[in-house]
Design a protein around this ligand. Structure first.
Ligand code: PLP
Length: 302
């Protein structure tokens, strides 16, 4: 595996980061995961904007790494890693931390009068996708209290609560973790690594509607989430951006699915052991995957 670190391409085992790196000591950094289909990025602008928003929030100066320069880095990475360029689905992982100052101190580091340069790391991997049969059979989820900090809209590398939630779900025999607020409202925010959607009955028209948490500080503005909302609306489907209650998700939803760059749309057919809908991927999830795939095809040709 060849990785990119601070301007160099080198074998992963030779890529070394200082023990005083702010990402290691404080989780002081952000990351991005960008999908590539046969070497072509999908929704690159959205990923790049979210990255810039995160850098702005953290006040990390990344101005000397513009979009064109980084796109060349990503192309080169895919090229140097055993045909990932040709892979149907691959992911670029990019991480930027506040750099490695000589000593540990909470405030932003300055060394010899200049701001310490950020550490820039990028790697890539193939994204494996479940077989159509596995996808249709669906996946399970466990509900986990949302104990994250107040700015989870920023894609920081501070993923401790997400890591613990994912492990809690695994320990319970579930594939995914879904966060619920700890207050009396018991609202669904998102997954430990994905956004959450429910298909609910729409009393107004007798059909169904797609419900997902609105963009706010309580969820990551998932690029796949935004894409699904967009393709659904373009197809004339009803999308309601509001928080679902735990009861709506577990007792009323006809279908539930999660979205992310690595999973696209993943049907959830069991939550805390309780079957959702008829226990397999439903018609709306199937329709939305088709719509998302055609959008991917328009942009990447794949
Ligand atoms: N929510 C969380 C907490 C995530 O970690 C992720 C992806 O990593 C997402 C949502 C989905 O975001 P995207 O669709 O941009 O991959």
């Amino acid at each position: 595996m060849i990785v990119y670190l601070n301007g160099e391409f080198l074998p992963q085992e030779e890529a070394k980061v200082s023990p005083t790196d702010r990402g290691f000591l404080f989780g002081d950094g952000i990351y991005e995961a960008i999908p590539y289909y046969k070497g072509k990025p999908f929704a690159f602008d959205g990923h790049w904007k979210r990255l810039q928003d995160g850098l702005g929030f953290l006040r990390i100066d990344f101005a000397d790494h513009d979009e064109e320069k980084m796109k060349k880095v990503f192309d080169e990475l895919l090229n140097r890693n055993n045909g990932l360029q040709q892979m149907t689905r691959a992911m670029i992982y990019l991480q930027i931390t506040r750099g490695a100052p000589p000593t540990r101190s909470h405030v932003f580091p300055v060394s010899n009068g200049t701001v310490v340069k950020p550490t820039v790391f990028a790697t890539c991997q193939e994204i494996a996708y479940p077989s159509p049969e596995r996808w249709t059979a669906g996946f399970s989820a466990a509900l986990v209290p949302d104990q994250r900090w107040g700015r989870v809209d920023i894609k920081t590398v501070n993923l401790l609560a997400n890591v613990l939630a994912a492990q809690e779900a695994k320990d319970k025999g579930a594939d995914e973790a879904i966060f619920v607020t700890e207050d009396d409202a018991h609202l669904i925010t998102e997954g430990s690594k994905a956004n959450v959607f429910g298909i609910l009955k729409d009393d107004a028209n007798g059909g169904s509607k797609i419900v997902t948490h609105p963009l706010s500080r309580q969820i990551l503005p998932g690029i796949t989430r935004n894409m699904v909302v967009q393709v659904a609306r373009n197809a004339g489907l009803i999308v309601e951006e509001r928080a679902m209650t735990r009861a709506e998700l577990t007792e009323e939803a006809q279908e539930v699915f999660i979205t992310s760059t690595t999973t696209e749309i993943k049907p959830i057919v069991k939550i805390d052991g309780k079957v959702v809908g008829d226990g397999k991927a439903g018609p709306m999830s199937t329709k939305l995957v088709a719509l998302l795939r055609s959008q991917i095809e328009v942009e990447t040709g794949v």
